[in-house]
Design a protein around this ligand. Sequence first.
Ligand code: ZN
Length: 445
Amino acid sequence: MDPRATVLRGDLLVRDGRIVAVGPGVSAALAGITPDADYDAAGCLVLPGFVHGHLHLCQTLFRGLAEQSDLLPWLRERIWPLEAAHTPASLAVSARLGLCELIAGGVTCINDMGTVRHTEAVGNALEASGIRAVFGKALMDRGEGVPEVLVDSARSAIDESLALANRFHGAAGGRLAVSLAPRFILSCSEALWRDVASVAADRGLPVHTHLSESPGEAREVAAAVDTTAARYFATHGLLGKRFVGAHGVWLDDEELALLAKSGSALVHCPGSNLKLGSGLAHVRAWRRAGIRCGIGSDGAACNNRLDTFQEMSLAALVSRVRNAAAGAGGPAAPLEAHEVVALATCEGARALGMEDAIGSLEVGKQADLAVVDVGGPHHGPSAQRDPYTALVHAARASDVRLTMVGGRVLYRDGAWTTLDPEAVVAEARAERAGLLRRASLAEVA
Ligand SMILES: [Zn+2]
């Protein structure tokens, strides 16, 4: 995933957490040295670890509890009551459960939006897991149907975010970063948006939010602020190189131009958009406008997989349909497999402003990588002929053999090094039962 889209046969050498040689250079770099450890990836693809651009680890415990719903009733009737019932313990295991799945699926970096309270529990889980992450507490100071415990004052929303930043921004050897995460237009007052813009600029923190996700949301946004989300963000100084917006399904050309001109990034979540019936995002148009783009699964309550392979496949397929629907004279060609893999690796890293450190297997970059076995029958007869197509259209998360972050192995041949999945699943069951009792949602258990 370097700028020349190089595919090499050979070895990769890691030292002190970074890539020091790739392909032909490895034997020279290893002359006279016995490595501390090696991994035989013969017959596999070795690729940059996936960058997962939009996610809510706080919702992993809600998997399967919020089905057959559109965005706003899904939030008001299920997700917010469940988030309101989280304790630090339930939130921590929700994060660990999601991290087990992500790490085993080759994900090495995530951009997470938490819930309103107890976000330090997510930070601690991220730190212990070994994954690279940007995360922030959801900021909400207003909104119809929001439980009282999820409504902060604008002041405390910002203060708590800054306390998180003081503790976690740059922590774990630079693996962790903290964002300001105003949830979406309908949950934040104008005063809060203004504070987010000024604090993000002062402190150099990323801004992570949702925009233009569903038609019902667009109607309520228009009623609340008399314009669209992207235009509102532009007038309130939110857009810019630190801005990462999820979904963007219904953005018009003028909004795409605003996002592109400001250097903002968008994250495509095709699985969530399909399952909530939100619509088909037009990623070709995003890319043509010059917007930095990533890909993500959104939370486990609206997907329900946290699986980059699934999202890549859906992104390619949605792009085919979106293009066909536009008809002759419509937009340019659908996304190619190579472009889709880029969304999940180098372009995803660029969307988070981390392209100098991660996103490709190049000398000097962090050793964040995944080893994917393409020897199974579902890859036959030969995945090697076109590795991009194999990754997007045939590979599964269960094909991942090894996941490494900064040179540290987090997952290898079915075993996690920092997480105990059996214990996590057992704890998750118990915590979910408590969560449902507190949320008075026993009927959906
Ligand atoms: Zn989301």
